[in-house]
Design a protein around this ligand. Structure first.
Ligand code: HEC
Ligand code: HEC
Length: 151
């Protein structure tokens, strides 16, 4: 009987503690401005990509060092620690048969400036830098203007 009583108290304590967590998190959220449409305690699945390709052809680069935008869909191409499906078209020599642009020579250079025979690990996660082009409104209003091009 006593044991049961103790268990009930422990269980009640747990329920109270768990109940407190969301209110603490909700309070923290009140003071934080964030762009995701869900609370910080909720999983945020990536929004569905409506259109990754535009009919306008390829977007030009806005400045010289810009990673080129991806002019094709990528939602079927897996990239994780072991697999990188982008490389089956963009790595030399596969790019030749796939008629795809080869990854830049900079991507075969490690951070010490040493030329490698394979892609540098610092370039493995392509979508860190390259994003599919999309004709979408900016997330945050800004006054960015592309560099003027001299012909
Ligand atoms: C089935 C082959 C294939 C796969 C897989 C593939 N690509 Fe491509 N990619 C191409 C081709 C072909 C082009 C050239 C398209 C064009 O010229 O319009 C291209 C163009 C690009 C460009 C533009 C390069 C430039 O110089 O403007 C980037 C960046 C790119 N791809 C990145 C990626 C990334 C990142 C992935 C993986 C998420 C990927 N690609 C997967 C075939 C592929
Ligand atoms: C750290 C940022 C970064 C990562 C990661 C990265 N790239 Fe790039 N990529 C760039 C930049 C910047 C350029 C343009 C300047 C240059 O050529 O280095 C570029 C250029 C390219 C080009 C055009 C090459 C050319 O000669 O015009 C292709 C194709 C490309 N990247 C594909 C990929 C693929 C595929 C991956 C993943 C395996 C990848 N990149 C990873 C930044 C990155």
């Amino acid at each position: 009987m006593e044991k049961k009583c103790l268990l009930t108290i422990v269980a009640l304590g747990l329920v109270c503690a768990i109940g407190l967590v969301p209110s603490v998190v909700a309070h923290a959220q009140d003071n934080v401005e964030f762009m995701r449409d869900r609370g910080i305690d909720e999983n945020n699945t990536a929004p569905g990509i409506v259109k990754q390709k535009t009919d306008k052809g390829r977007f030009i680069r806005n400045y010289r060092q810009q990673p080129p935008l991806i002019p094709h869909r990528i939602d079927q191409y897996e990239i994780d620690k072991k697999v990188n499906q982008c490389m089956r078209c963009h790595d030399w020599p596969y790019n030749v048969t796939e008629n795809a642009p080869k990854i830049s020579e900079t991507h075969y250079t490690n951070r010490e400036g040493q030329a490698l025979d394979h892609i540098a690990r610092t370039r493995w996660f392509c979508t860190q830098c390259h994003v599919p082009q999309a004709d979408a409104p900016e997330l945050v209003p800004n006054t960015f203007k592309p560099l003027e091009r001299k012909q």
